[in-house]
Design a protein around this ligand. Sequence first.
Ligand SMILES: NC(=O)c1ccc[n+]([C@@H]2O[C@H](COP(=O)([O-])OP(=O)(O)OC[C@H]3O[C@@H](n4cnc5c(N)ncnc54)[C@H](O)[C@@H]3O)[C@@H](O)[C@H]2O)c1
Length: 430
Amino acid sequence: MSFNAIRELRNNNEYKAGDLLVIFGELFNRGYANGLVNAAKAKGMKVITGTVGRRDSDGTLRPLNSDELAEKTEDVINIPLEAGFDIEPGPAGKSAVDMISGLKMSQWQEAQIDWNEVEAAQKTAIERFRKQTTAFLTELKDKYINENTNVLFAHTMAGGFPRSKIIMTVANRVFKGSGKRYGSSEEFWNSELGKLCNKNFNEVSGETLSHLIELSADTRKYIESHGNRATYTAYGYHGTEILIDDKFTWQSYAPYLQGWAKVRLEEIANEAHSKNINACVFNVPEILTNSSSIFLGVEVPLYKLMQAIQKIKGDDAFNAIKEKCNSLLKEEFTIEDVLAKLDSYFVNSNITHLLDWEKGWPQHNDADQMLFMRTLSSEIIDMHKDKKELMTAELSELCYNSCGIAMLDESWSPRNGTTWVGHDLVARLM
Ligand SMILES: NC(=O)c1ccc[n+]([C@@H]2O[C@H](COP(=O)([O-])OP(=O)(O)OC[C@H]3O[C@@H](n4cnc5c(N)ncnc54)[C@H](O)[C@@H]3O)[C@@H](O)[C@H]2O)c1
């Protein structure tokens, strides 16, 4: 994989009022897709979203009910698009989660999984997802697409942690643990539980894009046969360029165990792109959303956006964001304190290996790096007056809005199947 980032917009997109932005996934507050929604609405486009659906207490997957629908701001095609197979029973009646349900923490490495059963359940789950996607696309075509519509599909799906207590307990150590509570991501990844995560992440965060592109072939042909355009974007993560020592430098978060599924997502988009389908994965910066809060520490590079803003936009823009962020900190701290901590963080040998593209990606954690990352993450969070009002909210919104503008523009005729949006472009487009 070679690194290429968008440095400026092409400004050649011809999306117009009445065109469609179709969120293939559910739209949540704070989520990345809100940026695309804002960019599309600024053009007068109509936004349609999907839903992951909900599980009833007996496990049945169902569409949103009327209360849940009433909370949504956009039109929803109410067909559950949950992917993954973690709670899907195999032919003998047990799901992967059932197979590991009795395990205590001391036994997590002894998990025994019947992979034949799990693979059969996986097939059933894939069939269900494809059936649901087909129904979703049929409703989309029948209700919303006409002879004049350009359609931008935005894949947002990521996740797939098996819904099992033992996995969440071990994962908490791997992603959040340090010192005595440190958990090695490599050890976890090579275990039976890790293998299960890997397979399920791949289904949810990777293969779903492939199903979408394949199953929407007829819709795409219909759109194109009327001289319109069908385009596909997906959100990836594969590190971000941030300002370090006055230079935009690639770095990445570890342990991003979903990274292997994100690499698969890139392969799917690259293959489609090579077949002249307008598809592109956008590797976007670390922000805090409902989905990323398990990866505590992932927000550390986000604070550096303030320095990128100063470099690209100048002091007035920097002072404006600094003032907003300062107002969230306790009296005794300033943004300068935060930025000074970050400057020494990114040149520390516990972290510098995560700035080395040549080392390959994704990388596993190590005990020193986790302690160092988690310590800084907590220190900065503790500097706030109120832990529910963090400057990451402000900075995340800047990121997702700029990414939305960039993605809308680039999607029209993407230069590559995979691309990056760094802090430089986020600052430029804010
Ligand atoms: N938050 C970050 O720092 C960050 C960074 C780079 C890329 N991304 C990517 O952005 C995209 C949106 O994530 P977000 O962080 O905005 O969070 P989010 O919670 O707003 O979005 C997560 C999406 O995944 C879908 N989803 C979750 N589980 C699913 C399942 N089992 N089957 C099908 N769909 C499922 C949800 O419906 C939702 O659309 C994801 O692809 C994510 O990996 C996030």
